[in-house]
Design a protein around this ligand. Structure first.
Ligand code: HSE
Length: 430
């Protein structure tokens, strides 16, 4: 029998406990191993979670689990980078295997945690840390191990995808949709993590570390959130044949890895554009396999619980078969790849200028774009007001970020431009 202790009885903890209890005999039939949920710790053990637990399983003291000699695997589901880190390091010291959904912790202290685990010969399972129920960690680490990974693109935050989908389909205000996402249990405890792209950046750092055999952290990821996105830009994107998504992008070009999270316009015919609501999707391109796409629920109790339990089963199998460390958490010999500076990133761009509708305005703006080597692909002007500014939308061919930033700064200073220029990166073929 393999004994499990869960620390953190929130949304994912409850989903995990439900699966372990409901599918215990199924898991035993499949694996030949009896996986026993022995203890659950949480500061609040009074609140009902809609689950019937065996007597005496709950405790408010996590140490009881960390120090229980009969527990083999500790599941950390409290989140955050402070107490969770202390608990995990202590549990590793006590020889426990760890399963965690804590992307923030791994994207910040991954080196320390994987390093300590390797020394103590214990496993760290983290399937649930990226894209909830989609087994993307297993895909990259095992299924695609033969490939040099060229690119990983993903919609890896359910909350922002839910918000952008609702804003697109129902023209609902940002704040209203956010409240709904929180009520449904998708959002982080602090929803800033979702809407400012921090959660996606944590997950991207983990995916990139696996894909490029390197140890990237949250600090390596360029990041923009969605709180500044206006329904007007979503509508222009639609008219131009694009969907607006918060995309996390990792790409290797000329031996440099670019890591970025930002609102992105994606051609609407791309499969990933059709990923709506709380669903996540990750596109992985390998040199042997070509293009692949993975789709599923990226948040919520049961989908994330499904990933947690898959890690528990993997570790239980390794314990029983005496093959701990068979598949290392991170690459055995991590080499630091060069990071591409955001300034050097090449992309197509969407600009929305607020310009006066007067003769010569377009030529002034296009003159500045030309000066910075930014080539225009198409232009649309909306509305007609002699005295008020109107939106002037420009799509560009590939340009360098550094040039775009400089051009926008200069354009914003023109007297014929009222208000800050909006610019959004565009993916797809030129
Ligand atoms: N807040 C996260 C999301 C939860 O919305 O995707 C899953 O990591």
């Amino acid at each position: 029998m393999i004994n499990i202790g869960i620390i953190g009885f929130g949304t994912v903890g409850t989903g995990t406990a439900k699966i372990l209890l409901k599918n215990r005999s199924l898991l035993k039939d499949r694996t030949g191993i009896d996986i026993n949920l022995r203890r659950i710790a949480d500061i609040d053990i009074k609140r009902g979670r809609g689950i019937k637990l065996p007597k005496g399983i709950l405790t408010t003291d996590a140490e009881e689990i960390i120090n229980d000699p009969d527990i083999h695997i500790i599941v950390e589901l409290i989140g955050g980078t402070t107490i969770a880190r202390e608990f995990i390091l202590k549990a590793i010291k006590n020889g426990k295997h760890i399963v965690t959904a804590n992307k923030a912790l791994l994207a910040t202290y991954g080196n320390e945690i994987f390093g300590n685990a390797q020394k103590a010969n214990v496993e760290i399972g983290f399937e649930a840390s990226v894209a909830g129920g989609i087994p993307i960690i297993k895909v990259i680490r095992e299924g695609l191990v033969a490939n040099r990974i060229k690119a990983v693109y993903g919609i890896i935050n359910g909350t922002t995808n839910y918000i952008l989908t609702k804003m697109t389909e129902e023209k609902v205000e940002f704040a209203e949709v956010l409240k709904e996402a929180q009520r449904l249990g998708y959002a982080e405890a602090d929803p800033t993590y979702d809407i400012e792209g921090i959660d996606s950046a944590h997950k991207l750092a983990i995916l990139a570390s696996l894909s490029y055999g390197s140890r990237f952290s949250i600090k390596d990821v360029y990041r923009e959130g969605i709180s500044w996105i206006s329904p007007m830009d979503i509508e222009f994107a639609r008219e131009l044949g694009y969907k607006l998504k918060l995309l996390a992008i990792a790409k290797e070009t000329d031996n440099k890895v670019e890591l970025r999270v930002h609102p992105t316009m994606i051609p609407e015919e791309y499969l990933i554009s059709k990923v709506d609501g709380v669903y996540n999707a990750i596109y992985v391109e390998g040199d042997a396999v070509g293009s692949t796409l993975y789709y599923g629920r990226g948040a919520g109790d049961m989908p994330t619980g499904s990933a947690v339990v898959s890690d528990i089963v993997d570790i239980a199998r390794n314990i029983v078969n005496k093959s701990i460390g068979r598949i290392p958490g991170m690459s055995k010999s991590a080499k630091m790849k060069n990071l591409m500076k955001m300034d050097d990133v090449l992309s197509m761009y969407y600009f929305r200028f607020s310009a006066l509708d007067k003769p010569g305005v377009l030529s002034k703006i296009s003159g500045i774009l030309g000066k910075y080597n930014i080539s225009i692909a198409s232009v649309i002007q909306k509305g007609r007001h002699e005295r008020r500014a109107v939106p002037l939308v420009v799509l560009t061919h590939k340009a360098r970020e550094k040039d775009v930033v400089r051009a926008v700064r200069e354009i914003n200073r023109l007297p014929i431009v009222a208000g800050k220029t909006v610019f959004i990166r565009v993916e797809g073929k030129e």
